[in-house]
Design a protein around this ligand. Structure first.
Ligand SMILES: [Zn+2]
Length: 361
């Protein structure tokens, strides 16, 4: 390992700076020069005992100049898939030819991560509604401000990794404000089949960063509380594609996902909800193609003497499905997004090409 600085940061040189090297990445406790990588803990709050609450950060400044990209995960403390993605990019990839800088924050919500829950447990706040934060505001907003000011705003673009809420699962998809051309470019570069187009709620990292001039998308993948290798691999491919699009990597190319659909903000209509309480037998995985009238799931009483069938109201892809198979009236069962005729043909072609691949994850 490299040298350890006064504040405990591990700093190592992994490449010689190129002639056209970029600027150092500067954060409150130090700087990371071209060709250097820093592993650091940054204090964002304190516990009741007065101990620091530190978040782990890895900064990799490539030997040559290029954009600065942040990768963040676990803003919701129990959403783990993105942690694997960010750590793998930061620590398993060879960055000896990187043009630009990667700012990797695998666990944003450290208190939530320690408790394995979605929200900040001490302050009971949604960290992903607290951005850009405030130095004098509530606990959550103070944490958000330290993350945002020091590691988000200095970047040129960013990827924020999430999973579905506990009890549900999502196919890999991006959420992005496609009316913003810079954000749309990033969303397309990440190369998912499905992009949900919305500005995003106020206080989310992607919306506030984008409004501050740092185009950012949310990547949704799988379920909470676990690592799902196929999804992690596909998200890593998305990162490769983004690095190619923005010139950080000259050795890779921008991917085309095979087919793509951009769904405009109207998602309430496409959540199929239970009209009765009961036990759910879901008949499809996330990412499955279902045709209008297909049975999506059944909801039955404990004796199985009464079974309600839920059918697809239109032809589409199941972006999200229930994992915890119990519902009361009004509970979401699945998130079905409609496919236009051209996209449907492309999806069917892809399935014909590889019939063993029933779902698109
Ligand atoms: Zn989340």
């Amino acid at each position: 390992m490299g040298m350890i600085t006064d504040d405990g940061t591990v700093l190592e040189r992994f490449a010689d700076a190129a002639e056209e090297a970029g600027d150092p990445f500067v954060y409150p406790d130090g700087r990371v020069k071209p060709g250097e990588r820093a592993y650091l803990y940054h204090e964002v709050s304190q516990t009741y005992l007065g101990d620091p609450v530190n978040i782990p950060v890895t900064v990799i400044n490539g030997p040559a100049a290029g954009p600065t990209v942040f990768l963040t995960a676990a803003a919701h403390g129990d959403e783990l898939n993105g942690i694997a993605v960010v750590r793998e990019v930061a620590h398993d990839w060879d960055h000896s030819k990187l043009n630009g800088t990667l700012v990797c924050l695998p666990v944003l919500n450290v208190p939530g991560f320690l408790a394995q829950q979605r929200y900040l447990p001490i302050y009971d706040r949604d960290l992903n509604r607290s951005f850009p934060g405030s130095r004098t505001g509530s606990g959550g907003r103070r944490i958000a401000a330290r993350i945002f000011d020091h590691f988000i705003e200095p970047c040129d673009l960013g990827l924020d990794f999430h999973t579905s809420t506990r009890g549900r699962t999502n196919m890999l998809h991006a959420r992005a404000d496609m009316t913003d051309e810079d954000v749309a470019r990033l969303a397309r570069a990440f190369s998912t089949n499905v992009i949900l187009d919305s500005e995003g709620p106020g206080g989310t990292l992607r919306r506030e960063a984008s409004e501050a001039g740092v185009p950012t998308i949310t990547v949704e993948m799988g379920e909470a509380h676990r690592f799902q290798r196929p999804l992690i691999d596909r998200a890593l491919n998305g990162v490769v594609s983004v690095l190619a699009e923005y010139g950080l990597s000259e050795e890779s190319t921008v991917h085309w996902p095979g087919w793509r659909t951009v769904i405009s903000e109207d998602s309430e209509k496409t959540w199929l909800r239970a009209d009765v309480g009961g036990i759910v037998d879901m008949e499809h995985d996330r990412g499955a193609l279902v045709y209008e009238g297909d049975r999506v799931c059944t909801i039955s009483n404990p004796f199985k003497t009464n079974t309600e069938t839920v059918e697809a109201p239109f032809t589409g892809i199941l972006v999200g499905v229930l994992e915890n198979p119990v519902v009361y009236p009004g509970n979401p069962l699945c998130h079905l997004v409609e496919l236009d005729a051209d996209t449907l043909r492309a999806v069917e072609r892809q399935q014909q090409y590889d019939p063993t691949r029933e779902s698109f994850l």
